[in-house]
Write a protein that binds this ligand. Structure first.
Ligand SMILES: [Ca+2]
Ligand SMILES: [Ca+2]
Ligand SMILES: [Ca+2]
Ligand SMILES: [Ca+2]
Length: 612
């Protein structure tokens, strides 16, 4: 908020250059999740997790360094929790606060460059100004002074309405829709008043244009929109934008965020058409070619925008429905060893095999097959199929629950079954009579389940991604819920994603205990789609603002959505209306530069590019 003014004055006295005035921005705090989505001055945003459901959020500059950071008031225990960084982590300062019903008011009421937490007591319409933070672990000190301003029922806030470096009170009166601002911390009438906002709007204050004067902004919960106005008068907003998730509460301050520019609008650029049921695209890292996986058994190469006349590999597979050639992964050392891996269906068996490229880089050696793993599918559907190399170069294999409906054999929860699991094997070190090795930290390596199992409780994890240590599992639901679970490194080993006990966050086959399961952070119902098509995190270079953004979609409704997982939190999910809808959206994929692609089962491969 305001703290920099006094520091600027001090610098001027000793003849130093005037630093640029801090420009305030806003944040949307989703109170039920404890998600803080903070906006940078360039319009990009980041999300952090802090606090418990029901905590009342605010921000301030507690350590007087010019950066505003989170604080919250927890009515259940009567404490405030202040934090000095805008990242993951717990509170730096906590102290007991006021009486039940008191509202925290943050500001720099003495102009010393430090924000403190003062009290507004609604029953008295009285501000209790406190110019020190409470003692950590103790209580809040006695008020320096107090005064009455406004009427019971008014909604209080504070800001520097005249730019003198000191924060003073403001009120919004729901009964008449007026804002009342006062320029001194004393009893009296408003210096400024004007009509502003709609019923239901939540008010806050900040310096949106960096001129040193705080003005009032509005947050409209019904459309998640922030409205910022730069003058103390009735009128339309100078800026308005949507931020955060529904159910949010606004905060305003200078967060010190340095973020890349927000991504531009996007579009889908057709790369190839006429393919035979494409279900995936991939490429070795750094390779300029695009390898398209066709469900019917071919891997085609698109090179310079043109499909090679001869496939890279032609496999004999059992194709149709959810069977066929389903997955492809290149060995991390493909450039030197030429090895790659496929997942395909033969009759009722899922086979994971290694092949090697031939002397011709556009042709695999069809007789180089080394079958790593085979397992039977009791039904034709839910074959998973994704392959990718995860941590320490181990191959991850996404395996469905065996099919039918409702996992009739309860295989996903059975640690001895390879079905309904993410498996993890070492393709480079065969051992114990297997064509692969068992990584030393696999959870059932020494018993209790199949040694290949890495995590369990999935239904049909058609596409998964592994990015910077985080595992993204998009699991196709039964009749109700589609879901994505993001697991950071420490959460992956032996995790149980819940199926068939849970379908997303809905009880499917009880008893439904909540302990011991990893629940999805992203979920949608069958009113929006019917089968999630998992995707990948953008790590290309063509669209810098898209770095770290995960894309996914739905096979039935064809939407594409995105979110970012950062600070251990899944940020707001955005429907990418700029990308339109994709008919029969079978998969996302990536090329050797990290650019992202979309495949339609109808034969089209498209690349995600900036809109013109
Ligand atoms: Ca600070
Ligand atoms: Ca102060
Ligand atoms: Ca002032
Ligand atoms: Ca201003």
């Amino acid at each position: 908020m305001k703290g920099v003014r006094a520091a600027i004055a001090a610098l001027l006295l000793i003849g130093l250059a005037l630093p640029a005035a801090a420009q305030d921005t806003v944040g949307a705090v989703q109170q039920a999740k404890g998600h803080w989505t903070l906006r940078a001055p360039n319009g990009n945003s980041t999300t952090i997790g802090y606090g418990n459901p029901g905590d009342h959020p605010f921000v301030g500059d507690w350590d007087c360094n010019g950066t505003d950071t989170p604080g919250l008031y927890r009515q259940s225990d009567g404490f405030v929790y202040l934090k000095n960084t805008n990242g993951t982590g717990v509170a730096d300062i906590t102290f007991f606060f006021g009486n039940p019903g008191d509202i925290p008011i943050v500001g720099d009421f003495d102009g010393d460059g430090c924000d403190t937490v003062s009290i507004y007591r609604p029953s008295e319409a009285r501000f209790y100004i406190i110019n020190e933070l409470g003692r950590n672990g103790g209580g809040l000190g006695a008020a320096d002074y107090s005064y009455v301003f406004g009427n019971p029922g008014d909604v209080p806030f504070a800001g520097d309405w005249n730019g003198d470096g000191t924060d003073t009170p403001g009120l919004r009166r729901p009964s008449d829709g007026f804002v009342y601002l006062r320029n001194t911390n004393s009893q009296g009438i408003a210096d400024i008043s004007y009509f502003y906002g709609n019923p239901g709007d939540i008010v806050y204050a900040g310096d949106w244009n960096g001129d040193g004067v705080d003005t009032v902004g509005l947050y409209r919960p019904s459309n998640r929109t922030f409205y910022l106005r730069n003058s103390h008068s009735t009128g339309v907003a100078h800026q308005s934008f949507v931020l955060g998730e529904s159910g949010s509460y606004p905060v305003a301050g200078s967060f010190g965020l340095s973020l890349p520019p927000p991504p531009p609008a996007l579009r889908l650029q057709t790369v190839a058409t006429g393919l035979d049921a494409p279900v995936f695209v991939a490429a070795p890292q750094g390779d300029d070619r695009l390898f398209v996986v066709e469900q019917t058994g071919d891997i085609e190469i698109i090179d310079g925008g043109v499909k090679n006349t001869t496939p890279f590999l032609r496999l004999t597979v059992t194709s149709g429905g959810e069977r066929g050639l389903l997955g492809l992964a290149f060995h991390p050392d493909y450039a030197s060893n030429g090895k790659f891996y496929v997942n395909y269906t033969v009759g009722s068996v899922t086979r994971v095999s290694e092949f090697t490229v031939s002397a011709d880089p556009d042709r695999a050696n069809p007789s180089s097959e080394r079958i790593l793993l085979e397992f039977s599918q009791p039904f034709s559907n839910h074959n998973g199929g994704m392959l990718l190399f995860g941590d320490q170069g181990y191959l991850l294999i996404a395996s469905g629950d065996g099919g039918s409906a409702g996992d009739p054999g309860n295989r996903a929860q059975n640690p001895n079954s390879l079905l309904g699991k993410i498996l993890r094997i070492d393709v480079d070190s065969p051992s114990s009579g297997r064509q692969y090795g068992i990584p030393a930290d696999n959870p059932f390596r020494s018993g209790g389940g199949a040694p290949e199992v890495w995590l369990l409780g999935v239904r049909n994890p058609w596409r998964i991604d592994y990015d910077q240590g985080n595992l993204y599992v998009a699991d196709v639901g039964q009749g109700t819920r589609e879901e994505i679970t993001v697991l950071r490194a420490s959460q992956q080993r032996g995790a149980n994603l819940g199926w068939r006990v849970w379908e997303g966050s809905h009880c499917f086959a009880g008893p439904c205990a909540t302990g011991g399961y990893a629940f999805p952070q992203v979920e949608y119902g069958h009113n929006e789609g019917c089968s999630i098509t998992g995707g990948f995190v953008y790590r290309g270079s063509a669209i810098p603002g898209l770095q770290g953004t995960y894309f996914f979609g739905d096979f039935c409704s064809g939407f594409v959505r995105s979110f970012r997982y950062e600070n251990q939190v899944v940020g707001p999910v955005t429907t990418r209306s700029d990308l339109g809808t994709v008919s029969r959206l079978s998969s996302f994929g990536y090329d050797g530069q990290g650019e992202l692609y979309v495949t339609s089962l109808q034969g089209r491969v498209s690349r995600i590019v900036p809109a013109p």
